[in-house]
Design a binder for this molecule. Sequence first.
Ligand code: P1T
Length: 379
Amino acid sequence: MNEGFETLAIHAGQEADPQTGAVVPPIYAVSTYKQDGVGGLRSGYEYSRSANPTRTALEEAMAAVEGGVRGLAFASGLAAEDALLRAVCKPGDHVIIPNDAYGGTYRLFAKVNERWGLHYDPVALDDLSAVAAAITQKTKIVWVETPTNPLLGVSDIAALAELAHDCGALLVVDNTFASPYLQQPLALGADIVVHSTTKYVGGHSDVVGGALVAKDPELGERLAYHQNAMGAVAGPFDAWLTLRGLKTLAVRMDRHCDNAERVVDLLLAHPKVTSVLYPGLPEHPGHEVAAKQMKRFGGMVSFRVAGGEAEAVEICNRAKLFTLGESLGGVESLIEHPGRMTHASAAGSPLEVPGDLVRLSVGIETVDDLLADLTQALG
Ligand code: P1T
């Protein structure tokens, strides 16, 4: 299909129901399918762990918006990551991960997969020579998150893809922060895209989910085999909600970006703020790369404050319209203290985040209301 992003998000995998004409794929709340004689499957459906029509619609739509050939929907972002790692790696293999990855991704590597013999090294991915130096003969994956959670670090997907491929490794990109509307990793050379669809794709803080999209059919097939064999699939209700969110991703993202830019301006001018982390700022070390590979710079903003951890925590506590809570990417604005909340599992590790850091997921409320709340929260 040559359609534009918005058309694909609304229509790919979502033909009107052939029987009723329903324009939205129904929620197929069903576990099994009547066979017309043993093995006589209608439309290939056999059992809903293997495939379910509502999930198929989401999977096809995700593949289309990421420009891949195979999409797979999981029960959570971490379930998607786990399936990917076990499909691609075996004990003794090695993965390069960002030295500022999402805390839960780090925990999956450090506390779960390391015990099964999958080794990892956290590396600053914006330093290509450091990445090259860390790659070994056992390296199967260079795992990229860009922008990173919560420090908004940026790395060059095209350059890392070339490096990974030269060494026989796959390039995986966690595209959760940017969303496919702002960044297309497969077109830049990545092999697999990972999502926590809980975030911008779902977009309404009402569903947890994950997705993988592969560029290569064989790799897609291997991932699909593991999705079914391991079983952490997205249920039909969750797939339906996620698909509903995906339809409006483009318009939501533009407003997230508009509002984030205004929030950044406010923070830059505030005496209590010591630094603002946002790839849209010309002084951000990854700004040039971000401008090259992203359509806009997203709705996530982090900042550091004078007064250290105690003040950062107080700002989070004082916020009202910015709801204090984990997660991100929903229509409502959220504020959190990564050190004590989303990234607490990285405490004491090389991925520990600074205590004076506050993270904002800038929502799509009236921007003046957001600015007023931040002003009172900053005190
Ligand atoms: O929460 P889950 O759907 O399992 O997705 C995990 C995940 C993966 N990758 C990134 C970049 C993420 O941000 C997340 C989840 N993050 C949060 C819950 C958070 O508040 O940062």
